[in-house]
Design a protein around this ligand. Structure first.
Ligand code: C2E
Ligand code: MG
Ligand code: MG
Ligand code: MG
Length: 272
């Protein structure tokens, strides 16, 4: 058992040396077609058989600096996986990768990201970088430049956990981004809380007028999905569709979705 933060910290470094981390993938489902349009890559760590939440160990990795090599391992692993998927299935979807603010404090982070994507041979347009509002605020000065450079290669940018960062909205005017992810805390009570409904409605309208894709996180209930459909949210991610799964399961989910879509088409053709 892990007893303290220092204990956890030393186990984390050991886990890094022993390569104990793995990646899971959670689908983002197009709200209109029901097909998978992207996967979010999420890191996993089993410490002596006990799964430790990234919400627990990522902050420690950030404090100790381990997040820098760990974050690069995440990107490389995801790109290699994506390359395999792309080879097996040329129209495979993209993957979004979480980045910590700490990683963006590294000099030449953009070049490092671009090099990793290029080395894998995967098309950059299939790679999305997820950042929280805090990261954009941290780099107010040169954020535009940083994200312009990424976008020029075809890599897309998502704002994660939108609405929870206490940040000013003015950065939305300047930062080039492609996707806005509605935080799970707004979705959680959507089916019965009028305040959550008002906020979600407003954020979707904001995304619509900024012409960016909007994804709702943490969708667990049919009623939440119905509300998001009515408000024209683009995509949903949550346990209602799938928990984060292994790379093999993710591939099966993607292919299966496609097959069921094809089955629908065949049925349509058969109709008089
Ligand atoms: P996030 O980026 O906002 O990821 C979404 C989290 O919500 C994931 O938790 C996912 O499993 C969870 N989730 C998705 N749908 C549902 C749902 O319907 N219900 C509930 N209850 N939860 C849902 P996870 O995997 O535990 O990750 C937590 C956080 O850890 C992430 O939040 C992200 O901030 C961080 N994280 C995870 N992987 C990485 C990584 O590779 N790099 C970095 N820097 N951070 C990561
Ligand atoms: Mg995320
Ligand atoms: Mg999130
Ligand atoms: Mg989060």
């Amino acid at each position: 058992m892990v007893e303290s933060i220092t204990d956890l910290e030393s186990r984390l470094w050991k886990a890094w040396e022993n390569q104990e981390f793995t990646m899971n993938y959670q689908p983002q489902v197009n709200i209109l077609t029901g097909s998978i349009e992207k996967f979010e890559a999420l890191i996993r760590w089993n410490c002596d058989g006990i799964p430790i939440s990234p919400e627990t160990f990522i902050p420690i990795a950030e404090e100790t600096g381990l997040i820098v090599p760990l974050g690069m391992w995440v990107l490389q692993t995801v790109c290699e996986q994506l390359k395999k998927w792309e080879t097996e299935c040329p129209d495979f979807c993209g993957v979004s990768v979480n980045f910590s603010a700490r990683q963006f404090q590294e000099p030449e982070i953009v070049q490092t990201i671009i090099r990793a994507v290029e080395a894998s041979g995967v098309s950059p347009r299939r790679v999305e970088i997820e950042l929280t509002e805090g990261t954009f605020m941290l780099h107010q000065g040169n954020a535009v430049e940083i994200f312009e450079q990424l976008k020029q290669t075809g890599i897309t940018v998502a704002i994660d956990d939108f609405g929870t960062g206490f940040s000013s909205l003015s950065y939305l005017q300047h930062i080039p981004f492609d996707t806005l992810k509605l935080d799970r805390s707004f979705i959680m009570n959507l089916q019965h809380d009028v305040k959550s409904q008002a906020i979600v409605k407003a954020i979707i309208a904001l995304a619509r007028s900024l012409n960016v894709r909007v994804v709702a996180e943490g969708v667990e209930y049919e009623q939440q999905l119905e509300f998001l459909k009515l408000e024209c949210c683009d995509a949903v991610q949550g346990f209602l569709f799938s928990k984060p799964v292994s790379a093999e399961e993710a591939y099966q989910l993607f292919v299966h979705h496609k097959l069921s879509k094809e089955a629908v088409k065949i049925n349509e053709i058969a109709l008089p």
